[in-house]
Design a protein around this ligand. Structure first.
Ligand code: XIL
Length: 370
């Protein structure tokens, strides 16, 4: 198939020399998991490990063969880190650019892995032209047109969409403490039902996910976020708005502690609303951790273990995705650079594709069931 990695074995013995048994079995379960499609829906049997995936970059996939091989052999799911966001896919009014998103969908198909969509209704990555949307009718028309165009293009190829991303303000008072954006300005909270209903109408088979961050930590702000999220989910449910799952981004900031009880209470509410749970963007923001690599990698893994342990006691996530696979390509250094100048190490593989303790922790919890 590929020239560089004609087989997984070759990958295992070259780029990722030190890979543990975990990876071998992960590759094996990838084949097993494919017996049931689509994976995000079917992985309920405890014998099948929770599907693992990572956010990917089209540019790096095209230019870095080792990265491409690592993604194809380790991941059962990919999600575009930016290529399906508004600014990439819809840079000016009436102009859609699908090359990069198409390339990722093709890559997933060729690699026999699944691809999730990210994202349709978000305050971030909005191209400048959207700020000109003058009134309610125009905003609704453009939001609906965007979702119809993008979701219909990938109908059948994308079984799960982060339709709504990060709807809450940092410190919400209640469910209507929604983050300012052109959608909020013109449509108010109605933008959520509009986005979800439009996606469901265009692709009735895709799973609709509301994705949110900062839900797992101790402290008043995080408790407020959990409360507001539950209220928002109930509000959507009361109005019969279609929604299938909540995505916990899980950008775990080292130095904060996991509020086990608070997180588990949130998950119980989500389960009670008959919604699935996905872990969508796991990584560990390590900028304030000690520099020493062995120590740092241990602390990173321990924080992820506390989080995954709390989650998996209440619910079996439909998928666990990290926001990147290798420290070679991560958003963390852009936003959370270390003061000591040392590279960040937020992801399961290091920059040379060697698995770190975080990789083993994810492997362990993929195999745990409630
Ligand atoms: C980030 C990307 O990783 C960066 O490359 C980009 O510059 C900004 O967006 N939550 C999300 C993701 O839902 O879309 C964000 O991705 C990270 C935080």
């Amino acid at each position: 198939m590929t020239t560089l990695f004609t087989s997984r074995r070759k990958f295992l013995t070259t780029a990722a020399g030190g890979l543990s048994l975990g990876l071998t079995s992960m590759a094996a379960t990838k084949r097993a998991a494919f017996a049931v499609q689509p994976m995000l829906r079917a992985a309920t049997a405890d014998s099948v490990p929770i599907p693992y995936g990572a956010a990917v970059r089209a540019g790096a996939l095209a230019s870095d063969a080792a990265y491409r091989a690592a993604i194809a052999s380790i991941c059962q799911i990919i999600v575009p880190e930016g290529e399906m966001k508004w600014s990439d896919i819809h840079p000016s009014r009436g102009e859609y650019r699908f090359e990069n998103a198409d390339a990722l969908v093709d890559f997933a198909r060729q690699s026999h892995i699944e691809i999730r969509g990210h994202t349709l209704a978000w305050y971030g990555a909005l191209p400048a032209w959207t700020s000109e949307l003058a009134d309610r009718a125009e905003a609704e028309r453009e939001l609906v047109d965007h979702i119809e165009t993008v979701v219909s293009r990938y109908r059948g190829a994308i079984p799960s969409w982060d339709v709504v991303n990060e709807p809450l303000v940092d410190w919400p008072v209640d469910k209507f403490s929604l983050r300012p954006s052109i959608w909020m300005k013109r449509l108010g909270a109605e933008y959520l039902p509009i986005a979800l209903r439009t996606t469901a109408a265009v692709d009735p088979d895709t799973r609709l996910v509301l994705n949110e961050y900062d839900l797992e930590f101790s402290g008043a702000r995080f408790a407020a976020r959990r409360r507001a999220l539950v209220q928002l989910l109930r509000w959507l449910r009361e109005r019969d708005v279609p929604l299938h799952a909540v995505g916990l981004q899980a950008h775990l900031v080292a130095g904060r502690s996991i509020d086990r009880d608070g997180l588990q209470a949130l998950l119980a509410e989500i389960v009670d609303l008959r919604l699935d749970v996905l872990i969508t963007e796991l990584d560990v923001v390590d900028y304030e951790l000690p520099g020493k690599i062995g120590e740092r990698d241990g602390l990173v893994a321990a924080l992820a273990a506390r989080f995954l342990g709390a989650v998996c006691e209440v619910v079996r996530p439909k998928a666990i995705l990290t926001w990147g696979l290798t420290d070679r390509y991560s958003w963390v250094p852009t936003y959370f650079k270390r003061a000591d100048g040392m590279p960040n190490r937020p992801l399961p593989l290091d920059a040379e594709f060697k698995p770190k303790p975080l990789f083993d922790v994810i492997e362990e919890y993929r195999r745990k069931s409630v």
